[in-house]
Design a protein around this ligand. Structure first.
Ligand code: ZN
Length: 259
């Protein structure tokens, strides 16, 4: 994490440099960890945050069944945060992988969280519709669909194209698609895999590399996960990264970034 120096929010070509702080896997079960991360971010000048809501996380407590959760999200919307739809169950329960490559992608890299990686058409349509219905009933504005583990198959694309609700954007790991045309804007994307020492060390190295490459990108995404909150060193690193990003870039929600 050295290098980029005193770059202002505008690049040489006049493009404004922006940063989206994103909290993944927001659900009643993960809300205590999400709150801890939000407390850390809010203390850095209360920049806008994008919260990725999973309506029925791992088939546990449904979002609408927790009044406290729904109220807390309503308060975040009122202060200018964005809520985006992040899958429905956040679990890849499609038929088992049939090739080694598929196995690595679905079981090793994403640890069976890629709900929309291998989903069938009808199921994709149904889960999208259920997610859209939750946002509509809570009167939460909805612009983004973020597939869990940033993985989506063609059936999911078809379901998004045919959905009653017009989505504005769909992120993947390396960038964000702008709908309805599916143009991909490459972005920087910082992300932790925190749950073992070697994964944390690898994450630090990848984040450092991503940061150095970010200078050429209009948008930097800082992708925080509830699990990150369990490790003090990870939270401290995020605090430093966000602090620094805010000196170089204007904080925005993803919706604003893709408007
Ligand atoms: Zn997720």
């Amino acid at each position: 994490m050295s290098g980029s120096g005193a770059q202002g929010p505008n690049d040489n070509d006049g493009t404004e440099r922006i940063a989206a702080i994103v909290i993944h896997d927001v659900a009643p079960a993960t809300w205590p960890q999400c709150e801890a991360l939000l407390g850390m971010v809010d203390a850095l000048g209360a920049p806008p945050v994008t919260l990725l809501v999973v309506p029925h996380f791992h088939r546990g407590v449904h979002a609408r069944e927790s009044r406290a959760f729904v109220d807390a999200l309503g308060a975040r919307v009122a202060r200018g945060d964005e809520l985006a739809l992040h899958g429905y169950y956040h679990a890849d329960d499609a038929p088992p992988p049939r090739s080694l490559r598929e196995f690595v992608a679905r079981r090793v890299l994403t640890r069976s969280e890629g709900e929309f990686a291998a989903i069938a058409d009808a199921e994709a349509r149904e889960r999208l519709a259920s997610g859209i219905a939750l946002f509509a009933e809570q009167r939460w504005p909805l612009a983004g669909f973020v597939p869990p583990a940033w993985q989506l198959n063609d059936a999911t694309r078809r379901a998004l194209d045919g959905a009653a609700h017009p989505f504005a954007y769909v992120p993947v790991r390396a960038g964000i698609h702008r709908l309805p045309g599916w143009q991909l804007e490459p972005t920087a994307n910082l992300c932790y895999s925190p749950d073992s020492g070697w994964r944390r060390a690898m994450s630090r190295a990848l984040i450092g590399r991503e940061w150095r490459r970010a200078g050429t990108r209009r948008l930097m995404r800082l992708s925080l996960h509830p699990l990150d909150a369990r490790f003090a060193e990870v939270v401290a690193h995020w605090r430093a990264l966000i602090e620094r990003a805010l000196t170089e870039r204007r904080p925005v929600t993803k919706r604003e970034a893709m408007a």
